[in-house]
Each structure stands twice: as C-alpha cells, then as structure tokens.
Design a protein around this ligand. Structure first.
Ligand code: FAD
Length: 484
C-alpha cells in the first residue's frame, strides 16, 4: 500500500484535517523519550473521538497497515516508535475528564488526560490518583496503562495495575472491549490485568476508570546520608525487613545528587556518597511514630546524617530533586541512557558495586537513581552520541545491567516497558515456551499482528540471533511459528 492510497482511504472516513502526511508534520512523531531510536511514520492521525479511532483501525485492518498508538510520547523504551509503513495513532486529543465521582472515589478519563491533571481535578474533593511517574506533568493515562507505570508512591499504593478499575478500548478489528468495572471483583479471566502493561500490542485504550484515594492529613520525608552506596542499599532492605512500608523510598548516588542540586536546589547533602528519601504519610500521630521508626532503622544501618522535612514546601523540594533527576542528567552529559530493571531489595548493594565495575570496563559514567523500596533501578548511563562508539558501549553496558538483574532474581523492566529497547533482553528472561504463549495471547487479540508490531515480544528468530535460544541438533523449537 502506498502512502497516498492509505491517506486517501483514511480521508474518506475521517475529517481530512486529522490525517497528517507532509514530511514536516510527521517529523515531530519520529521518536518517544528514547530518542536514540527514530523512525518517521508513513502517516499520523489525530482523532478526537472513539468513533474516529475505530474508523482508523477498521481502515488499517482492511488495508493491512500497521498501527502504533501514542500518548504523550514520554515512553523510555521506544514503545511509541513509529512503524515506517504504518500509521501513528496519536491519542492526545482524547483528553477529557469524563467524570469525577467523589462518592464512589473514581475518575473516568479519556486516554490522553495527563497523569497530574487527574490529581489536580480530584483535589477539591480531598482525593488524588496515587501512581505518580516522574513524568506525570506530561505523560498520559493511556500511556500509563499501556506501560503499567509506577512512581515514587507506588511502593505503598501500588502500580497502575492496582489503581485501574476498568478500561474500554478497541481491537484492531474495531471491536469494542469493556474490561473490569466499578465493582471490586469480576467473573471470567482477568483480561483487565492482561491488557495493563501490554504496550499497545493488544488493543487501543479509549477510556480508563481509576481509583481515587483520600489525601493523607500529613506527609513528611526523611533525607538520610550515607558514606557508602552499599550501606544505603542495605538500609533499604532493613527498612522493609523491619515491617515498615514507607509512602516512598528512593535512593540517589552522589553523581545524581551532584547533577540535580545546582538545577533544583533541593537541599541534598552533597558530601554523602548516597542519600535515601523515605516518606511517611497518614495522621500526624501515625507519621510521628513511623518517622521515629525509620530514623532508628537508618541510624542502625549507618546513616551519617538525617534531616526530616519540616514543612510541605521542604517535602516537595526533596521530591522535586528526585523527580528531576533525569533532566538533570541531560545537564551534565550530551546524552544519557536510562535503564529500568528490578532486583530483590537485598541485592541493591551488590548491584551498585557491579555497576561501578561496568563503568570502568565500558569507560562510561553512570548516575544511579532508584525507586529503591521496590528494588527498581534507574541507572543513567552518560554518553555522547557524537563520539564514535559511545552509544554502542552504552547499549552493551545497559544490556549487561539487565542481564545481571535477571541473574540476581529480578526482571528486565520495572516500569518503562520493553518496547524495542529491551526486546533482546526478553530472550534472557523468558523461555521459548513462555514467549510462545505471549505470541498466543497477542494472536488472540490481534491475529493480524498489526498493532504495534516488532515491540515487546521478541520473535524466536530474534532470540536465536541473540544467542539465547536452544537449537538442538539443528532443530528450531516451535518450527511452525512464523519467523518475521
Ligand atoms: C523524565 C521522565 C521521567 C519518567 N519517569 C517515569 C516514572 O517515574 N515511572 C514510570 O513508570 N515511567 C516513567 N517515565 C516513562 C514514561 O513517562 C511512562 O512510560 C508513561 O506511562 C508513558 O506515557 P505516554 O503517554 O508518554 O506514552 P507513550 O510514550 O506515548 O506510549 C507508551 C506506550 O503506550 C502505548 N500507548 C499509548 N497510549 C495508548 C493507548 N491509548 N492505547 C494503547 N496503547 C497506548 C504506546 O503504543 C507505547 O507502547 C518517565 C519518562 C520521562 C521522560
């Protein structure tokens, strides 16, 4: 199908102004937040209604044209990277809050609503939406659902999957699916959980119903300094082992605080090798008790200094430094590569030492910023894409971190998804049989494979190339499965 043929077919069923086809209109969509991967789409469509989304899907299905859904384009694994011969389906204009019900404590949202806007709209009712990715000022609820996004407060309040009650959306065949509902439980297989985190491979989400929770009366943060990153890592494990679940538990190493502090002026201890931020929320009595417990565990774990936020402004300043860590990396290095793996908390210390060793071997610096409470690492590998060989070294450095995550009992992604970035690492984490099941699920929703092809699930052939598939006596397992 040529670009003109597809554009003509789309313009027959959609308002002409929502189909973009000129080069200069397409370029802004060529990458998401992982800008090392770029691909100009064949066409971009900007629907305003669910019916227009359905018309896009029906047309693409009929013409066998791939479709990539896009929210705000802040994804860090290339999930929204366009397909060269496909349509980029931007959901940004479906950005209305359909309903806030303060009695039922729910919000019904179109997928293009920004994460932060939900809490802002719920605030007059004393409510908020708990999952708070650091990108919350920009990222969309549809993208959050597709990536099962997390954030600082997910340790206590759960990830997107724990805070979404229902979704509505369309398959590539234009079939409407309504998964979940307002009631706490549902019969049948849990398709809601299956779709959350499915990276736009199964359906296009057109509406999301989320839980809202009451704002705590008080929240305070302890900032603890450590003279050794391993001690800070071990302190995280000690807090959880003591039965404390802070509202947030984050860690930054010295390279990260040094990059952030001049930018945000968060008040971080720049003499510390690592700092921990541990938040407690609840009634004033609960917070006072828990902060005392946290301080006692941190002291025993070797904290060299501790400061407790004394005002809401100071608490927000402490978090603002953490939430701006990624942009701060952009101030100290021409490029950075943000990794996202998860390991059991007890292994944070050994992991940090291993990363230090990799920094030497790959001759690249790495800043460490962790959602430490849930063992989710965000090493930021600093490199210069204009220096020949640096991106290739950064890429291998990242892959080695992810493989170590798997060896330490963890996973290759905590919250940023697989996309195209981690597709090879999927071969390390999952067996041939498991990946074949992933393809089975994909085919059950999208038999044509037109929704976001080439993302998240590696083909068997790809894993064989990556050297991880067991080829016995020259016989490929699952020889009947297509190898793209
Ligand atoms: C500075 C920075 C900080 C970040 N911090 C965090 C963090 O703390 N926690 C975290 O989890 N992530 C974080 N991210 C990553 C990113 O913001 C999240 O993955 C976010 O959920 C992506 O949302 P988006 O709207 O930008 O989606 P996009 O990037 O546009 O798309 C992401 C994926 O969702 C799919 N998709 C989008 N909309 C739909 C839809 N309506 N239906 C079906 N599929 C859809 C796309 O196809 C793609 O696969 C950060 C990113 C940046 C740049």
């Amino acid at each position: 199908m040529t670009k003109t043929e597809v554009a003509t077919a789309l313009r027959q069923v959609l308002p002409a102004d929502i189909v973009l086809s000129r080069d200069e209109e397409l370029h802004p969509y060529e990458c998401d937040g992982l800008s090392v991967f770029r691909q100009k789409p064949m066409l971009v469509v900007l629907p305003r209604t669910e019916e227009e989304v359905r018309q896009v899907l029906l047309t693409c299905r009929r013409l066998e044209v791939p479709v990539v859904a896009r929210g705000a384009g802040t994804g860090l694994s290339g999930g929204a990277t366009p397909h060269a011969s496909g349509v980029l389906l931007s959901m940004a204009r479906l950005n209305k809050i359909v309903e806030i019900d303060p009695v039922a404590r729910i919000a019904r949202l179109q997928p293009g609503v920004r994460n932060l806007k939900v809490s802002e709209a719920a605030a007059p009712h004393g409510l908020y939406y708990a999952p708070d990715p650091s990108s919350q000022i920009a990222c969309s609820i549809g993208g959050n659902v597709a990536e099962n996004s997390g954030g600082v407060h997910c340790l206590k309040y759960g990830l997107t999957v724990h805070n979404v009650l229902a979704i509505r959306g369309l398959t590539i065949d234009g079939e409407l699916l309504e998964l979940g509902g307002r009631a706490p439980d549902h019969s049948g297989l849990d398709l809601l959980a299956l779709v959350i985190g499915s990276e736009g491979l199964l359906m296009v989400v057109t509406e999301v119903t989320v839980k809202l929770i009451p704002r705590p009366q008080l929240a305070r943060v302890v900032m603890a300094s450590f003279d050794d990153v391993r001690k800070a890592g071990d302190a995280v494990a000690s807090i959880i082992a003591a039965g404390i679940i802070p509202a947030g538990l984050e860690m930054m190493d010295r390279k990260a605080t040094a990059a952030v502090e001049p930018f945000v002026k968060a008040g971080y201890d720049l003499s510390a090798e690592a700092i921990l931020l541990a938040e407690s929320d609840g009634t004033p009595e609960e917070v006072a008790d828990q902060i005392a417990e946290i301080e006692s565990v941190l002291r025993a774990a070797g904290a060299t200094a501790m400061v407790v936020s004394s005002s809401e402004a100071e608490r927000l300043r402490f978090w603002s430094g953490r939430k701006n860590a990624f942009p701060a990396a952009g101030r100290v290095s021409p490029d950075y590569y943000c990794m996202d793996g998860t390991i059991p908390r007890k292994n944070l210390g050994p992991m940090l030492e291993a990363i230090e060793d990799m920094e030497e071997r790959y001759s690249l610096r790495c800043m460490n910023v962790f959602h430490a409470g849930d063992g989710n690492l965000h090493p930021l590998i600093l490199f210069d894409a204009n220096t020949p060989g640096e991106w290739e070294r950064a890429d291998k450095f990242g892959a080695e971190i992810l493989e170590l995550c798997v060896r330490l009992g963890g996973t290759i992604t905590g919250e940023h998804g697989v996309g195209i970035e981690k597709i090879n690492s999927m071969c390390v984490q999952f067996s041939d049989a498991e990946r074949a099941l992933f393809f089975g699920v994909k085919a059950a929703f999208d038999a044509t494979g037109l929704l976001n092809p080439g993302k998240a699930i590696p083909t068997l052939a790809r894993c064989a190339e990556y050297g991880k598939m067991h080829v016995h006596a020259g016989q490929l397992p699952y020889a009947d499965l297509p190898r793209f």
